[in-house]
Design a binder for this molecule. Sequence first.
Ligand SMILES: [Zn+2]
Length: 285
Amino acid sequence: MYKARKKRRYRENDFRMFLFAAFMIMCIGIVSALIAIKAFAVQDTDVSKQKMISDADFFAAKKANMAACHIETGVLSNDKTMYLTFDDGPSRENTDAVLDILKEKNIKATFFVIGEYVEKYPETARRIVSEGHTVGIHCYVHDYNTLYASKESYIADFEKAYETVKNIMGVEPKLFRFPGGSINAYNKDVCRDIIEEMEKRGFIYYDWNAGVEDATGKDSSPSQLIKNARESTLGRKKIVLLAHDRVKNTVLCLDGLIDEFSDYVMKPLTEDITPVQFVRFWEEN
Ligand SMILES: [Zn+2]
């Protein structure tokens, strides 16, 4: 009798323990889900509140890889070269100001443009070409989910962007840059297929190995952006610097940024420059 009661009490205790464990597992699950959602939440930094997603979420993840990303050319010489690259334009508010500063400083840069904005701001888009900067394709619409839904989806967007740039800007770029970089949380299942297809078509993609970190959603001050650039270059002799010409503080820091790197020769990217490529780096190491 006593033993039976004791046994029942054990069973009740076991059941309570089971309930407690189940509750704890559920709590951990909810907390993990919330963290995951926050980590992958896309931040909209587009000033015009259009369908734009920043590259912010990928920047932190890539920082470690960027730190190890080298470009061999120039390492043995004393030449320091920086390729200023601007993504996500043209922007009505800021791109002309960026072009003004580059003109004043007599510096050529590279603009990876978005097709729908080229259509919206054709005069600014043409100014990029007429002032001697390199044009690369970024995308037609900056929407990761659509772009990276499949290889076909990416190619369809790219072709539309390419035709837009060709018709409005009068150039046929071989250079392009993947929104979010060549490997990111949205394209890891399809990026190699896309790269293979794009290279078969003769296009070259350019990632980056330093950045001003102006798309992190933090609204960093101009001086902080310059600091970010300096810290991320890690003293390398060949830098492909990522910036966004639609960000106001990037315009405000540009003059100071160029002065900060006066020990570097600023050049536009061209097809014969060995690109920084995240995927390549990962495969080879
Ligand atoms: Zn972008």
